[in-house]
Design a protein around this ligand. Structure first.
Ligand code: MF3
Ligand code: CO
Ligand code: CO
Length: 260
């Protein structure tokens, strides 16, 4: 893991487009999700979209990770592998896309329903997504990493769900994982001060049941120990001198946000 790297305006000129590609690919892959497609097909579609944008997967080969994207279904938390499993109506699937473009990484994730889903699954996705925005709102200069962690944890636990401990958010830049770590629960050891120019991935992983997870025999797929559903939302975010800037919006959303 590289240390904390403060990005210059020149770095950001390269990194912003990388993050936009990541957000755009994630949106395209989310739209591809429907009953009957296999997770292998989702991974292949991701590869095709990443290539179409002239980028490369930041995950393929990272610590020997064998896929383009992480595709995690239902009780799978993160790092799910593509395979022959067919997505079924009512499943929820967490999609995590990391791309390298211009020498920089963009890292972003979201959970979507396959066709539709039950009320618990929907509430889990809503709470997880909202907890991400609570965390982002706390990503202010002078605040500490613990302020982000507390905001996420509080929102999730107030809504009766639990945050995963074993996996955390992180700095992002020329590599996918830089310092500092950004836990989704308060850890007094992770209390770095936030400074303008830091780019971090905030990524709550939230379980409907207990927080405990285990890793399957494939060495990658993380699942909830109690078999409960899990959701995951992630943005790469820039700490500025004012409000945080979300870097991984898809192209469409970004142009809607730009002043005319
Ligand atoms: N997507 C993870 C993250 O958000 C990293 C995945 S690394 C991989 O930090 F090797 F599993 F792909
Ligand atoms: Co990610
Ligand atoms: Co990440």
């Amino acid at each position: 893991m590289a240390g904390i790297v403060i990005k210059t305006e020149r770095d950001l000129e390269l990194m912003r487009p990388a993050c936009t590609v990541a957000g755009t690919v994630l949106e395209e892959v989310a739209a591809f999700i429907k009953p009957g497609v296999t997770t292998q097909q989702v991974d292949e579609f991701t590869a095709q979209r990443i290539k179409a944008h002239g980028a490369k997967s930041a995950f393929l080969g990272y610590r020997k990770y064998p896929n383009q994207a992480c595709i995690s279904v239902n009780d799978e938390v993160v790092h799910g592998l593509g395979g022959s499993r067919e997505l079924r109506f009512g499943d929820i699937v967490s999609l995590d896309v990391g791309v390298i473009f211009n020498g920089f990484v963009g890292d972003t994730a979201r959970t979507v329903a396959v066709g539709g889903c039950g009320v618990l699954a929907q509430r889990l996705m809503d709470v997880t997504e909202k907890s991400l925005y609570e965390g982002i709102a706390a990503a202010l200069p002078g605040n500490r990493v613990t302020d982000i962690s507390r905001a996420v944890q509080r929102y999730v636990e107030d809504n009766g769900f639990s945050v995963v401990r074993e996996f955390v958010g992180h700095g992002v830049g020329r590599t996918v994982h830089e310092e500092p770590q950004i836990p989704n629960y308060v850890d007094s050891k992770c209390n770095h001060k936030l400074r303008p120019g830091m780019t971090i991935a905030i990524e709550p992983m939230v379980n409907a049941g207990r927080a405990d997870v285990k890793i399957l025999k494939d060495g990658w797929t993380v699942v909830t120990q109690d078999g409960s559903l899990s959701a995951h939302f992630e943005h790469t975010v820039l700490i500025t001198s004012g409000k945080p800037e979300i870097l991984t919006w898809p192209e469409k959303k970004l142009s809607a946000l730009k002043p005319a």
